[in-house]
Ligand binder design. Structure first.
Ligand SMILES: Nc1ncnc2c1ncn2[C@@H]1O[C@H](COP(=O)(O)OP(=O)(O)O)[C@@H](O)[C@H]1O
Ligand SMILES: [Mg+2]
Length: 374
């Protein structure tokens, strides 16, 4: 980045402010602001990390990465540690600095991952809202060793603007999530108050009507109505509990136990105490719920075991029942329950397997890779 003229700096600041002001989605905001910065300066490339808990991070945006860094769909940008992230972790990245040894670049050169296009050094700029460090912006130009004080100041000014937009979008997203939660709770309440009550009435009316007829055939039909509405009621209840969100903030074990209790299943849990990250927990929770629904509905089991463990680079969920089991080849694999479990696992680049045979019970196993951890 050459020393910019004052009017160019003003133009850059204004353009960035305009862009940030328009954006309402986090990913798109980060990507576009990065691209605009490269376009309006003579910077060659840039990338942004968002920081998570426990040294986790994600590559949130990147633009014009040299071949060596983009290698293998940016795999090496998304895993492993590096100096700038270490500095963040130690709370030592307080302002924009020059990074003269970048492990990612060095490693890419050593491993021969392709052309670095002259990129060897970069500047690292902390992304903050108030005092909270939420990410990191890295920028570089070919053969540029050192960014001057003024250049670093300008980058800091950009980072401050990004921080403000980040906070605004984050708050809007949180508000939206709250609205969705309220909506789900409202739907659950409505279903409970209307449909559920009707099903209940049908069930009892069918029973009551039996006393008004001597016809065996009619009695049998009324029994059928009674049975069907009882089943519908059970499914409806499960649906309502799934919609309700009040237990979302609790740990997985508490949620599993709560849901098992609701379904009247006897469940024992062995859940790792290690943090798994919000998105992984949310997915495992949904999959386990569906697995428990199936056990309630199909398995007639007396004992269910739920295991969540972290093994090397994977998080594994197992839901095992000792019920009737079924022949996996013969059953419709396109059913909603099994499909949604598979899709949810795939969302996290994970795998889903179901092992079952008549008479021996069923085992659902989901494996998802641990992401962005050192
Ligand atoms: N734990 C289980 N025990 C016995 N059978 C099961 C179990 N889980 C799934 N199944 C069988 O797999 C089928 C497909 O499941 P799913 O896709 O959830 O559809 P649904 O529950 O709506 O029938 C079920 O109909 C049932 O025959
Ligand atoms: Mg099902």
């Amino acid at each position: 980045m050459k020393q910019m003229k004052r009017e160019d700096e003003l133009f850059l600041t204004k353009r960035i402010a305009e862009l940030l002001n328009r954006e309402t989605h986090m990913e798109s905001m980060l990507q576009k602001v990065l691209e605009a910065m490269l376009e309006l300066t003579d910077l060659q490339t840039g990338w942004m990390f968002l920081l998570g808990e426990n040294k986790a991070y994600t590559l949130a945006a990147h633009a014009r990465l040299p071949e060596a860094l983009a290698y293998d769909h940016c795999y090496h940008m998304c895993e492993g540690g590096c100096r700038c992230l270490d500095l963040c972790g130690e709370g030592r990245l307080k302002k924009a600095i020059n990074i003269i040894e970048c492990q990612r670049i060095d490693e890419a050169i050593q491993q021969g991952r392709g052309d670095t296009e002259g990129i060897i050094y970069h500047a690292s700029v902390p992304l903050k809202t108030g005092d909270h460090l939420f990410g990191l912006l890295n920028v570089a130009s070919p053969h540029k060793r050192k960014f001057s004080k003024d250049e670093l100041h300008l980058l800091e000014a950009m980072a401050l603007q990004i921080g403000t937009a980040y906070e605004r979008i984050r708050l809007a997203e949180r508000e939206r999530a709250m609205e969705i939660m309220e909506e789900r709770n409202r739907l659950a309440r409505d279903l409970h108050d209307s449909v559920n009550q009707h099903l209940f009435s049908i069930m009892y009316t069918a029973n009551g009507t039996k006393g008004l007829t001597a016809e065996d055939k009619v009695k049998a039909q009324l029994d059928r109505i009674h049975e069907l509405s009882r089943e519908a009621l059970t499914e409806m209840k499960a649906l309502i509990w799934q919609l309700r969100t009040e237990h979302i903030s609790e740990g997985l074990e508490a949620r599993f136990n709560w849901y098992a209790h609701k379904l009247e299943l006897r469940v024992s849990c062995a859940i790792t105490k290690e943090p798994l990250g919000e998105s992984v927990e949310a997915v495992l929770w949904k999959i386990a719920q569906e697995a428990m629904n199936n056990i309630k509905k199909h398995a007639s089991s007396t004992q269910t075991t739920i295991i969540v463990e972290k093994k090397e680079k994977n998080i594994i969920l197992e839901v095992i029942d000792n019920g009737t089991g079924f022949s996996v080849e013969e059953v419709d694999q396109t059913g909603f329950g099994l499909t949604s479990m598979k899709e949810r696992a795939r969302l996290l680049d994970g795998s889903f397997a179901i092992v079952s045979a008549p008479g021996v019970g069923t085992q659902v196993k989901v494996t998802v890779p641990v992401k962005g951890e050192e």
